[in-house]
Design a protein around this ligand. Structure first.
Ligand SMILES: NC(=O)c1ccc[n+]([C@@H]2O[C@H](COP(=O)([O-])OP(=O)(O)OC[C@H]3O[C@@H](n4cnc5c(N)ncnc54)[C@H](O)[C@@H]3O)[C@@H](O)[C@H]2O)c1
Length: 350
């Protein structure tokens, strides 16, 4: 089987996760890399045996390289729109990290460009590939819970908590990131809600900055944090399914805890990244007349990967549930509505 020749943009922490996933799939070959940081470029170049002429300090040159079949973009949020725009203009397929863009205006511009000149594009909403969430979607769709009435989704991490004394990284810099934990972890929650239940209809929200200043390692001075590190919102989805959401970077003891609870007329499902191969299933047991709480093992068919879908997309196959450019746009639209709802202290219709 032919291997897709990949150009990787952004060589920080998450890029190395992508490389692991990419290698595990066996369908990709890393042929070119790009980073604005010369040290990161050299380190990855040496590690992966990328020749000097395929190490680019400008991503535009990597995208234009005819030896590169597809792009994987793993940079901070302020370059997301420019990279996707360049891919769309060049007609080069891509897998670009979330959030889709820094601000909604960029997403609007990209959607227009995409409609005029569609290219194969995937957005890094990676939790669609967590087996428990995939199985939950299947069960919801086949009606196992009966009509779904409500749900809760949370995504909690702890690395920003005061006990960690986390410095002022780009993730706290509004000019780079747009929003804080909202765009970072919240974009995953929004995607999960859309993946499981469909579109958002209206919502209200509260954002909060728990740690208002952090030490900037560059200057040594305290820098003001202008983005949220806690976000909560509640929404009415299509079909009158009601959801509540919370995300925090300051949830003591939470490593990477993304979970959904779904409440239908005939049963409740709990799915969590803490136990990705099982679901908790609560229902009425007709034999005993009791409420029964059991676990369901996730079947093998739900254990697929983001890179299996990326390869399929590049091969020209259409797969259900692959997060594409329109999903990126819709996600950004909801993020924008959340910020507006918080600022205006009112319910916003999408
Ligand atoms: N899907 C997920 O679960 C998940 C998890 C973590 C991070 N991410 C996303 O991955 C992205 C990167 O996060 P990270 O943790 O790797 O950040 P990072 O800061 O560790 O690395 C970012 C890298 O991009 C480089 N860079 C910055 N601007 C660039 C440009 N214009 N061209 C080329 N390189 C550039 C930086 O020098 C750095 O090496 C973010 O958008 C984040 O939201 C997604």
């Amino acid at each position: 089987m032919t291997k897709h020749r990949i150009g990787l943009i952004g060589l920080g922490g998450m890029a190395y996760e992508h490389l692991r996933w990419m290698n595990a799939e066996g369908r990709f070959e890393l042929v070119a890399i790009s980073d604005v940081n010369a040290e990161a470029l050299e380190k990855a170049g040496k590690q992966f045996g990328i020749p000097a002429e395929k190490r680019y300090s400008e991503f535009e040159r990597l995208i234009a390289d005819t030896d590169v079949d597809a792009i994987v973009a793993v940079t901070p949020n302020d370059s997301h729109a420019a990279i996707v725009r360049a891919c769309l203009e060049a007609g080069k397929p891509f897998l670009a990290e979330k959030p889709f863009t820094r601000v909604f205006e960029e997403a609007e511009e990209l959607l227009e460009l995409y409609r005029g000149k569609p290219a194969k594009g995937m957005i890094g909403f990676s939790y669609r590939y967590t087996a428990a969430f995939r199985y939950a979607r299947e069960l919801i769709r086949e009606g196992k819970l009966g009509p779904v009435r409500s749900f809760s989704i949370q995504y909690l991490q702890s690395w920003g908590g005061v006990q960690n004394d986390t410095p002022f990284l780009w993730r706290f810099d509004k000019r780079v990131t747009g929003t804080g934990t909202l765009g970072d972890l919240g974009s995953h929650m929004i995607d999960m809600a859309r993946y499981l239940f469909g579109e958002f209809e209206e919502l209200s929200a509260q954002l909060h900055t728990i740690v208002p200043e952090r030490r900037d390692p560059a200057s040594g001075r305290m820098a003001k944090v202008e983005v949220d590190d806690f976000a909560s919102f509640q929404a009415r989805m299509a079909g009158d399914v009601f959801g509540v959401f919370q995300t925090s970077r300051n949830a003591f003891g939470s490593g990477n805890q993304h979970e959904a609870s779904v409440y239908g007329d005939f049963g409740t499902l709990h799915a969590s990244t803490l136990n990705p191969d099982q679901l908790v299933w609560i229902r009425h047991d007709d034999t005993s007349g009791e409420i029964a709480r059991t676990t369901l093992d996730v079947p093998h068919r739900c254990k697929t990967s983001q890179y299996a879908d990326f390869a399929a997309m590049l091969d020209g196959e259409e797969r259900d549930g692959l997060p594409g450019v329109v999903d990126g746009y819709r996600n950004q639209q909801v993020l924008d509505a959340i910020v507006r709802a918080h600022e205006a202290k009112r319910t916003i219709r999408i």
